[in-house]
Design a protein around this ligand. Sequence first.
Ligand SMILES: [Zn+2]
Length: 259
Amino acid sequence: MKAVDTEAIVLRTAAYSEADRLVTYLTPAVGKLVGIARNARSSRKRFGHCLEPCSRVTLTYKPGTGLAWLERSQLLDAHLALREDLPRWSYAALITEILAEMTPEGDAQEPLYLLTRSTLEQLASDPDPLNVVILFLVRFMHTMGHLPDFQQCRVCRAPLAGQGQWIWQLPEGRLLCPAHRANGSSPLELDLGTLLLLNQAAQLPLTRLWRLRVRKDRRQALRRALLEWVMAQTHRPLKTLKVVAQFERLPQPDPPGIG
Ligand SMILES: [Zn+2]
């Protein structure tokens, strides 16, 4: 089969056999791509640092049935600034884990690729990395089609307006207006300003996304709810949350129920 050239971001890498490595990529044209880098452990010349998570690379591979065969790779950006800052690096690891868990294989995912590329760059330079993570999670869930409708109450269809706290009811993911708020298992109160910001984070062009600022007193609850929502889709805990928690020392979302 003919070799294919693409740009890609490394999501994860693992030993496959004595000499080979199994590498999971995010690509614009085929979404998640899992391939074997043969003799990667001994052949630094062919792969060098191109197999490190978060590295942005060019890649030449031969599609196979199941796994692809990786032929060559060249480093475009190793994100060294991220690697040298452990709290930021833990956020990057969280983002790549979510991508590896949720991105389908074989479908074009250009908006997702561009979001990921932009997120890693922003995460390296933004003075406020947690803000970047929250905006990524909102935009990612929107791009994947998993973001709940934050435009109207699920019960009465009332549009966003007025006074009072709206409720994002988890794990069902329903948005309820102040008149229809009920006792959910894990309700998150959302003021109108935060709801408008969530909708902007889903819709704004990428170049303007990072200008949005989530209110400081809203961040922890929102981050926690978004991660809980991610795990409600994947049905498994996110391993990297333990690492993130070591740096944040903050309450973490509950692991998902089995089902
Ligand atoms: Zn309502």
